[in-house]
Design a protein. Structure first.
Length: 268
């Protein structure tokens, strides 16, 4: 049977566009122990991800495969057509999780979301996800979706803690999937993370991941394309922070968003 829950840590593949490198990193991650792989149409690497999955030692039913429909393809019929194309590139006959990547361009909740409902009802996708929604757009989507929302993927890390969206995930019963969880490698620039890392004999990146994983309903998808980083990130599962560590990171007031929201509808 396929995995019933999303694994706590997944491999992010954003900007991993070299086919051979991407396929190798997916294969390596799965052989290390990852069981969650995240990609997207717009990343232009679904075929490489599929190749890595097929080449790994992991059984397909043990792997949680997630992808996202690009914002240019969110009309009702386009969602159905492009979902099949995604699965063909990935070499899978069902998707564990399918996201609306961004609620922009061709996104129309009254047309887009019913297509996701249909895919869910037909069993083509096991779970429905949304990505990069504001709280108000998330509420609107929940009013329209007939299938349960399983995950909301957003940028989330110690410098963008997303308190409101994390609270929403807890209250509504879905996961918050944190992308850029190690702040695109800038964790060493955050004194609180360095301090906690030194206490635990860990890296600042591992501390950032462990802090996120200490939060209810949060999972992480750090990007990595070298074996050292793949293993380092996965080892964060073995790091337990104490209450003082968590409180120190919670108290960070500095806030930095890494993703450019200029295209987002709330900035148009």
């Amino acid at each position: 049977m396929p995995v019933s829950d999303i694994p706590e840590i997944g491999l992010g593949t954003y900007e991993n566009t070299d086919h051979d490198v991407c396929a190798w990193s997916v294969k390596t991650a799965l052989n290390v122990g990852y069981r969650h792989v995240d990609t997207a149409q717009v990343y232009d690497n679904e075929a490489a991800v599929g190749e890595g999955i097929a080449a790994s030692d992991a059984e397909r039913d043990d792997i949680f495969v997630a992808t996202k429909i690009d914002s240019r393809n969110l009309g009702y019929e386009e969602v159905l057509e492009h979902t099949q194309a995604c699965m063909d590139r990935l070499g899978v006959d069902e998707l564990d999780l399918l996201y609306v990547h961004w609620p922009i361009r061709t996104y129309d909740p009254e047309n887009t979301l019913p297509a996701f409902d249909r895919l869910y009802e037909e069993g083509t996708i096991r779970h429905v996800g949304l990505s990069n929604y504001t709280p108000s757009l998330l509420e609107e989507a929940l009013d329209i979706l007939e299938s349960p929302l399983y995950a909301h993927q957003v940028e989330c890390h110690p410098l963008l803690q997303q308190d409101e969206l994390r609270r929403h995930a807890r209250e509504e019963g879905h996961y918050l999937v944190a992308y850029s969880p190690v702040i695109k490698g800038r964790v060493a620039e955050v004194p609180e993370l360095v301090e906690v890392a030194e206490r635990h004999g860990a890296t600042p990146g591992q501390v950032s991941l462990a802090w996120l994983l200490s939060k209810e309903n949060v999972v992480v998808i750090p990007k990595a394309s070298s074996e050292d980083h793949i293993r380092e990130n996965f080892a964060a599962l073995d790091l337990t922070l104490d209450d003082a560590d968590v409180e120190l990171i919670d108290s960070i007031e500095r806030e930095e968003r890494l993703v450019d929201f200029d295209l987002a509808p709330w900035n148009n």
